[in-house]
Structures are given as C-alpha cells and as structure tokens.
Design a protein around this ligand. Structure first.
Ligand code: PLP
Length: 360
C-alpha cells in the first residue's frame, strides 16, 4: 500500500485500497472492453449490469424486503431534506422530527416549508451530546412520519435503539448505513449520501417502501417524485454512474469481509479502542454521553483549544490526518467508518498516550 496515510476524514472518507485500485483500472478500460467506465452510456448492457449488481448486493447485505425499492439519486443527502416532506407531507398534515444535531436541524428547516412540523425532542441545549431513549419522546398523533438521524456525524452520537412508534420511520443514515445489521421493515424511508460509509460523493441511496410511492401531491415536479425514479430503475435521467459503480465495488468488498455482522463487530472493536483511551485519561474528554456514543465518529476535546491545535498538527506529522472537529463544535473527531483500518486506530491511541505524557 504505497504512500497511504491514515485518513480520519468525516466525508468524503477513506475507501478500501483494493476498491481504489480496481476503480483506477476500470476508469481507463472497463472490463477490457476498450472504453473507460466514465465514458460508457448509462444505457449500455455493461452499465445496466453494474447497476443491477450494485442493487442486488445492497438488497442482500441490508436484507431489504421485496416491497422496498432502491433508488440511486443525485443532489446529496441534503436534497432528501426537502424531497421527503415534498413527497410524504400533504398540506395541513403533520410530521414529527427529533432534533439531534446540525443535519436534523437542516432537515427540519426544509420540512417546515411543506407542513406542520412537531419537534418531539431536542438535545441542542447540551450541544447535541446525546440522542433520546425511546421513552423520551412521542410522535404527534396522526403524524405522517417520524424523522431522525441515526448517526450524528458532527457530534459523534448514534441511536442504539430505533424509535418505537406507529408512524412510519424516515431515517437519514448517511454516516452509519452498512455499519451494522438493521431491520429495514421498520422503516418507511432510509436515505444516505454515499460519501461517508459507502463510496464516493455524487450518489444518494434511497430505500423506500412501495406504498409510499403513491402519496406524492400532484404539483411536485417530475425529478422530485420518488415514483419517477422507482418506475425507471433510477434511469429516468443519467444516474451518477461512477458513484454507483464504486458503491458496487465497496459492497463486494463488504460481502467478502463477511457482511454486516462481521463489520459491526469490527466497528465496535475499533471504537472501543478509542473510547477506552479517552475513558482512561483525565486529559481527553469525550463529547458524547456514554449511552449515545457513535461507533463511526469519535469526538473528544483536550484541555485547551491550543493543545487541540498542537495535537492535530503533530498527529498529521505522523500520517494521522483529518482529526480536526467540525467547524461548528471544534475539538477533535476521528471518523472510523467500515473501511478505516484497525491499525490506524491503534496508531492514534499510541499517539494519544504519548501526547498526553508530554503535554499534561
Ligand atoms: C454528510 C451528511 C449529510 C449531508 O450530505 P450531502 O450529501 O453533503 O448533502 C446529511 N446527513 C448526515 C447525517 C451527514 O453525515
């Protein structure tokens, strides 16, 4: 693995090395057919096979039931903030949202353009250091759906128990999809930008229960209707070809690793290494409350902002990159998605111990 550093970036984020090598080859000459992957018609039989394989691997790995459609869309996860209420929320109807961080807040702002939004929970007062337990909130009576963000990328918190409610669940899973086994049948819609835990930027995966495809009001434009894309197998217009192809490679890699149960164990093990380093020290302070800690994004502070800057600088000198926290919270953040190697986490923990000895 020549010239690779450990990349703790929150997204776009590290991908399996073998995936990058294969993609580099296929960009120039796909399957030895004499043209590159990103020059190929999206309607060619070669590319249709790429999409079909990507979809069937995703269905297999996440155990997605037959009555759900899988869509590969553009516009990022942020477009879904509007597309969800545009399709599911009729005028005068209500939806419940859980405000657990920046991405939830942005989704709430968009949803308010379309209907009556009930915010059943917020941890904003404590800088989003936790997510709620199921008994700490209720969906509004008659709510069309309950919306939540399963992993709060910026604050390093994660739902370990999903909401239990009559309303359909709509979940932004951008930063923890495919990190653990889930029961898809509990959700109405799951969506995720690819660039955290699935592939490169440019594609948003939407998993939607079929009966929801017919709820869209008449005045929603064609490109913003889920049914448009579901009816055409994500080929209504040119799909994000390169991103879909690369997601397919990542899914193959994930399947070879043993699938989600194996990945979930590896992820817990990596996160545990970091959290024990934080817990065994008075120098490092975790941001997230114990029960809400994320296994994908580990957020922590040092005694002063000056020490944090020095920590990030010296870590980068050792090829440990991307540890600066999001600009809205500061501090440090180690993003350790599926493809992030355990050796890199161990190296970070060694560096943390050394740095503490020298600077406390
Ligand atoms: C990164 C992120 C987003 C935004 O994704 P874009 O594809 O940049 O729009 C939304 N939600 C969560 C949870 C994220 O981590």
């Amino acid at each position: 693995m020549p010239d690779r550093i450990y990349n703790f970036s929150a997204g776009p984020a590290t991908l399996p090395y073998e995936v990058l090598v294969q993609a580099a080859k296929d960009i120039v000459n796909f399957n030895n057919i004499g043209i590159g992957l990103i020059e190929m018609s999206h309607r060619s039989k070669e590319f249709i096979a790429v999409v079909d394989e990507c979809e069937s691997l995703l269905r297999e790995l996440l155990a997605i039931p037959d009555n759900y459609k899988i869509l590969f869309l553009q516009g990022g996860a942020s477009t879904q903030f509007a597309m969800v209420p545009m399709n599911l929320l009729q005028q005068g109807k209500k939806a419940t949202y859980l405000n657990t961080g920046t991405w939830a807040k942005k989704a709430i702002k968009e949803a308010k353009l379309f209907g009556d939004i009930d915010i059943a929970y917020s941890s904003e007062e404590t800088v989003f250091d936790r997510v709620p337990l199921p008994d700490e909130y209720k969906a509004a009576p008659g709510a069309e759906y309950l919306y939540f963000v399963s992993n709060n990328t910026i604050y390093g918190t994660q739902f370990h128990q999903f909401p239990e409610t009559e309303a359909d669940l709509v979940c932004d899973m951008s930063s923890d999809i495919l990190s653990r086994s889930i029961d898809v049948s509990r959700f109405g819609i799951i969506f995720a930008g690819a660039q955290k835990n699935m592939g490169p930027a440019g594609c948003t995966v939407v998993v939607i229960r079929e009966d929801l495809l017919t709820k869209t009001p008449e005045n929603v434009p064609t490109m913003f209707r889920y049914k448009t894309h579901a009816d055409k197998g994500s080929m209504f217009n040119t799909p994000p070809c390169f991103a879909i192809y690369t997601i397919g490679l990542v899914l193959k890699w994930l399947k070879n690793m043993g699938g989600l149960p194996v990945m979930e164990k590896l992820n817990h093990d990596k996160a545990e290494l970091l959290y024990s380093a934080i817990d065994n020290s008075d120098f490092y302070r975790g941001h997230a409350k114990f029960d809400s800690r994320s296994i994908m994004n580990v957020t922590f502070n040092l005694p002063t902002p000056e020490l944090e800057a020095k920590f990030i600088r010296e870590a980068a000198d050792l090829s440990l990159n991307g540890l600066k926290g999001h600009r809205s919270v500061g501090g440090c953040r180690a993003s350790i998605y599926n493809a992030f190697p355990r050796e890199g986490v161990k190296k970070l923990v060694e560096f943390m111990n050394e740095f503490e000895k020298k600077n406390s």
